[in-house]
Design a protein around this ligand. Structure first.
Ligand SMILES: Nc1nc2c(c(=O)[nH]1)N[C@H]1C(S)=C(S)[C@@H](COP(=O)(O)OP(=O)(O)OC[C@H]3O[C@@H](n4cnc5c(N)ncnc54)[C@H](O)[C@@H]3O)O[C@H]1N2
Ligand code: MOO
Length: 416
């Protein structure tokens, strides 16, 4: 027994996280039409080259006036003014408003030189040639001044922003039709396992429907990557390499699930261990067996130039939790998003929980934002996918915690 190889200590979550983060380089920046930018990360700050509003305009449909002309107006004492111009929105040749006159004006129309207020149509008789006004108006009333929202040179969007509908709105409003964005990383998602069959087909004894591939590919898309799914790669090393070959040149990251633990048929491990991918145990539950590295089709050519690989464990909850902990943040950063982490809240536990000593445990739970509480969904078992589907958060229980009494504070990660 003197020469028995010691079992390597499981690596801490934080160390494996760094390893995976280091695998992914920032993705390429390209210019895209706004309609193709939703959900992508902006690569550079956007500054306004025009003010918003671009010109003084009316906030109401009504009449542009000089407020002094209506100083005496009231319900009992209406004032009548000749209407000398009509200014629909978009009119560019707006004439000056002469004293003692009114221009009919629409919301968003340019305020004529000389006018200092709009009287809403509701305070008038709505006349087209002469208008009877039954209320006075303050100077500046119902006007929107140029530059009230944005002045020239303002930064309207910052690099790293995940572009939402309103971001595309403000970019359009300042006249931009294309934006510099990070190209979504191209991710190949692979599932292996002879027991896996296509959902929709008939299960035979010993078979299960493939679910990890579908789930991980969707999670990649939600995180801002572009996923390509290879769902039924046979449990055979040569076939596995052949399946990867046509995708290597166009892939920024390969994610596999299953085939990484200690069994006799661990095709992922068998195919990748000599080709640049290191398999380790991580001090976490679920998600103990993990692989990471750079794949190269030539055996023994581990190194800097292979395609990044993250090999996740096959149990569905282990796969998904490992994706959340290791892959999602790295993928978000590579795709240029400043928001790379799930929002974290502290919640009060509604029941008692145990946690294995020395392991970071991620239990699934339901966070109640109104009550500030969290209730575990299902037990710790990494096959309990339905419980995870009912959850809206992960409970993050530290390595040195072995017991959390009812009422304890616990960090929760809010999921989509
Ligand atoms: N002797 C040991 N056995 C196991 C250990 C260990 O340390 N020693 N670790 C356990 C832990 S923890 C995990 S997690 C799993 C990881 O196993 P693999 O990554 O090798 O995954 P498989 O054995 O291929 O599958 C595990 C489980 O997940 C199901 N699976 C796999 N792929 C899919 C898929 N695409 N869709 C749906 N379900 C999938 C598979 O049928 C198995 O039930 O190992 C433990 N064992
Ligand atoms: O550690 Mo495995 O990932 O739980 O079931």
């Amino acid at each position: 027994m003197a020469n028995a190889t010691p079992t390597p200590r499981p690596v801490p979550v934080t160390e494996h996280e760094k390893r995976i983060s280091a695998l992914l380089a920032p993705s390429r920046v390209e210019s895209r039409a706004l309609e193709d930018c939703l959900g992508l990360a902006l690569a550079e700050d956007v500054t306004a080259s025009i003010p918003l509003p671009p010109f003084d305009n009316s906030a109401m449909d009504g009449y542009a006036v000089r407020s002094v002309d209506l100083a005496e107006a009231g319900a009992q004492q209406p004032v009548t003014l000749p209407v000398t111009a009509d200014i629909p929105a978009g009119r560019i040749d707006v004439p000056t408003l002469e004293p003692g006159t009114a221009h009919r004006i629409m919301t968003g129309s340019q305020v004529p030189p000389g006018a200092d207020a709009t009287v809403p149509v509701e305070h008038t008789d709505g006349g087209a040639e002469r208008v009877r006004v039954s209320a006075s108006v303050q100077a500046g009333a119902h006007l929107r001044r140029a530059g009230e929202d944005v002045v020239v040179g303002d930064t309207v969007l910052t690099a790293g922003t995940t572009l939402s509908a309103v971001h595309l709105g403000i970019a359009s409003a300042v006249g931009i039709s294309q934006l510099p964005v990070h190209r979504p990383p191209q991710v190949l998602v692979l599932s292996t396992g002879s027991e896996l069959v296509e959902p929709g087909s008939t299960l035979r004894p010993g078979q299960i429907f493939e679910s990890n591939g579908m789930m991980l590919a969707a999670a990649v898309r939600q995180a801002g990557g572009q996923a390509h799914l290879l769902r039924f790669v046979p449990d055979d090393v040569a076939t596995f390499h052949d399946a990867l070959a046509p995708h290597l040149a166009s892939t920024d990251l390969i994610i596999t699930s299953g085939g990484v633990s200690a069994g006799a048929y661990e095709v992922v491990k068998d195919a990748l261990a000599d080709n640049g991918v290191e398999f380790t145990k991580v001090a976490m539950q679920p998600g103990k067996p993990q692989g990471a590295g750079r794949y190269s089709p030539e055996r023994g050519t581990a190194g800097a130039h292979g395609v990044p690989v993250v090999a996740l464990p096959g149990n569905p909850v282990s796969s998904m939790v490992s994706f959340e902990v290791f892959v999602r943040p790295a993928l978000r950063r590579a795709a240029g998003h400043h928001a790379d982490r799930r929002p974290v809240r502290q919640a009060v536990l509604t029941e008692r929980l145990d946690s294995p000593s020395g392991k970071r445990q991620y239990r699934r739970g339901r966070f109640d934002p109104a009550a500030g509480t969290v209730t575990p969904e299902g037990g710790p078992g990494s096959h309990l996918l339905s419980a995870m589907a009912s959850a809206n958060c992960l409970l993050d229980i530290r390595e040195d915690t072995t017991e959390l009494p009812h009422g304890s504070p616990v960090d929760v990660w809010l999921l989509d």
